[in-house]
Design a protein around this ligand. Structure first.
Ligand SMILES: Cc1cc2nc3c(=O)[nH]c(=O)nc-3n(C[C@H](O)[C@H](O)[C@H](O)COP(=O)(O)O)c2cc1C
Length: 226
């Protein structure tokens, strides 16, 4: 698949077939993503690829704690609630997803069920927990940038192989659970996870194409003649 096609067609996938993903294919995807640039080539990322029992335990622990009302425990700082234009865009994608799924605005049960799916990493057969070296934590911003690069590489490379992903902040909202069952070493910080698997074509939210601000709005050209 051409890079252009993958970049244009990729979208978040939130419904997966049960079929397992071969380890060799995951290794190919990771080898491509691992070519991501990083500050001074520090390559501060660590990718923990979970499936089977450890992933089930993460889903279970995450869901149980969220249902019990345990406040989120992350290892990176949280931005809090979005406001203004950012909130508008957040509401925009939520409306698109709920419309695709036929979830009405006042259907509290199905809305809650959707949120819980997120905490279960959308029942994907694979979850890649993305971590960075704790020794960089004092200056975490640069490492966060590096991890964004490798994570986008992961989802693009996966897409080029027919796999679907959603970067899944909800999946690490109870990071102690992830740390325990994925056996994350103490010298690493959990940043996010990526739920991955074969897209279920019958899952309507998978067809949702999120909007983008026009290029003219996100860009300024400086010093050009035309
Ligand atoms: C850091 C980050 C965290 C995300 N966490 C979640 C999540 O927890 N649940 C979810 O459904 N989507 C999550 N997403 C996916 C975004 O909602 C999605 O990328 C955005 O709406 C644009 O849609 P697209 O990926 O289909 O282009 C996350 C994306 C990023 C970059």
């Amino acid at each position: 698949m051409e890079l252009k096609q993958a970049m244009q067609e990729r979208r978040s996938i939130r419904g997966f077939k049960k079929d397992p993903v071969p380890r060799a294919l995951l290794e190919e995807v990771i080898a491509l993503a691992n070519r991501a640039p990083s500050s001074m080539n520090t390559q501060p990322w660590h990718l923990h690829v979970l499936t089977g029992e450890p992933l089930e335990k993460v889903r279970e622990g995450n869901s149980t704690r969220m249902l019990q009302g345990v406040p989120p425990v992350r290892e990176i700082s949280d931005h809090g609630a979005y406001a203004g234009v950012h909130r508008d865009r957040q509401v925009g994608i939520a409306k698109q997803l709920f419309a695709a799924m036929g979830i009405e605005r006042d259907d509290k049960e199905r809305r809650q069920d959707w949120v819980m799916r997120g905490f279960r990493q959308f029942d994907a057969p694979v979850s890649i927990v993305v971590c960075f070296d704790k020794s960089l934590d004092d200056n975490g911003t640069i490492a966060h940038f590096d991890l964004g690069a490798v994570t986008y590489g992961l989802v693009l490379a996966a897409w080029s192989k027919g796999l679907g992903c959603v970067i899944n902040g909800q999946g690490i909202m109870q990071s102690p659970v992830v740390r325990e069952h994925a056996q994350i070493p103490d010298d690493q910080v959990i940043m996010t996870c990526v739920a991955m698997g074969w897209p279920d074509e019958d899952f309507s939210a998978n067809a949702v194409v999120s909007t983008r601000r026009p290029v003219e709005e996100v860009t300024r050209f400086v010093g050009f003649d035309d």
